[in-house]
Design a protein around this ligand. Structure first.
Ligand code: 6GU
Length: 260
């Protein structure tokens, strides 16, 4: 069972992942466990203060090192009790390295993860030092700013849990996801065959599985070329894929000439 501990001043936000959909069901099945730790419960004064003004001045507040450090220590202790000797400790921050499929797979192979979700302008640097009993990674989920690390931590939990054995059924298998083969996914269709005058591509009704596979790969290549050319630069195309992409481009030109 994968062990998650999250340090957050908004533990209730994590009910959203713990209860809904495939990720909620995975928790009920005992595939992972998630415990939240609130730095407020480790604050010293009567107001349970967890933030203060930044030294050196400037806007916003900083999360205090001591309550955060004590919550992290409690999270590590809980991991140890659950049998995890060396949990990976991750700070979610826009200053982190960008999350991608490869990093998700690496984290999905860990026994336990401690996630620190910061708020305000950031966390006192002394609570997020690297090294023994420090932070192992800083991770960002994209080049935009969230109000806190909680949503990013939930994104991370969702991506990781859906990769664990027994979470997705055959029908929803993670092997066919976008990014697994370095390409975006192909378009999908279901009933009815005609929807407001728009037909399902005839090849999908042909029953010819080889043709269907080729069409799907062609669409995946075409979409990736149109929407995420950066992904194609990183991926070596086989001769077959190269000719499918050329076919896609030719068909696009023909559609344009026909006014589609
Ligand atoms: Cl991990 N945290 C915050 N606050 N904003 C983000 C982020 C993380 N990743 C992208 N934006």
């Amino acid at each position: 069972m994968l062990q998650f501990d999250v340090v957050t001043i908004f533990p209730a936000m994590f009910d959203a992942v713990a209860e809904a959909g495939v990720i909620g069901r995975a928790r009920e099945k005992g595939i992972y466990q998630l415990v939240a730790w609130n730095p407020r419960d480790f604050a010293q004064n009567a107001y349970r203060t967890v933030d203060d003004r930044p030294y050196g001045g400037g806007p916003g507040m900083v999360m205090m090192a001591e309550p955060v450090g004590r919550a992290l220590a409690a999270a590590r202790q809980r991991q140890k009790s659950a049998g995890v000797q060396k949990p990976r400790v991750v700070h979610l921050t826009p200053q982190g390295r960008l999350l991608n499929h490869q990093l998700v797979m690496e984290l999905a192979g860990q026994q336990g993860l401690v996630l620190l979700a910061g708020r305000y302008e950031g966390v006192d640097e002394r609570a997020i030092a690297r090294g023994a009993n420090g932070i192992d990674d800083e991770i960002s989920i994209g080049d935009y700013v969230l109000s806190g690390g909680e949503l990013a931590a939930m994104v991370l939990i969702d991506c990781i849990v859906r990769q664990l054995p027994g979470v997705l059924g055959d029908a929803e298998s993670a092997h066919q996801d976008s990014f697994v083969n370095g390409l975006l996914d192909c378009p999908h269709y279901t009933r009815p065959e005609v929807c407001e005058g728009q037909k399902v591509p005839p090849v999908l009704l042909s029953g010819n599985h080889a043709d269907i596979s080729r069409w799907r790969l062609k669409q995946a290549l075409g979409r990736t070329w149109q929407r995420r050319p950066d992904l194609l630069v990183k991926r070596v195309l086989s001769d077959d894929e190269r000719s499918l992409l050329e076919e896609f481009k030719r068909e696009m030109c023909t559609q344009e000439l026909n006014g589609a």
